[in-house]
Ligand binder design. Sequence first.
Ligand code: 4NP
Length: 154
Amino acid sequence: MKILMVCLGNICRSPLAEGILQGKARQAGLLWTVDSAGTNGFHVGEHPHPLSIKVAKQHGIDISAQVARRFVQEDFDRFDRIYAMAADVLEEIKNISGTRFDEQKVVLFLNELYSGKDMDVPDPWYGPEQGYHAVFDLIDRTCTVITEKYSIPV
Ligand code: 4NP
């Protein structure tokens, strides 16, 4: 499985999702590739937000070496599954991808936890540290579901 986590800036939510799922997959002995990207290019080349780094570190996950990049059409060739952190992110993925958009591969991330509810992972970018803890918890619980769901032999 090759999984891509996508948010807007690739500095708050998707770096957490990348780090958390990588850790859970490794613990489960799964040889998954997990990466992340953002639909806007505002923070390309930057490391994750200091509060995302801090909160992840409190849970034993080091995301400090990640570097933000922009989502590109070719990600549809490179990944089996693309998780959008929110509905606006999903719309931007469509805009960037044009005819390359493959609806079979793109899933609203929180639908893995709350099936069919079409909920967004709230963007902690504008708020205080508390928001980063809430987002970590939500992403962590969803990544547990993803690891259990897709590691079952078929
Ligand atoms: P993220 O949060 O999408 O979770 O990385 C954001 C970070 C920066 C911006 C938007 C969202 N921004 O517009 O700069």
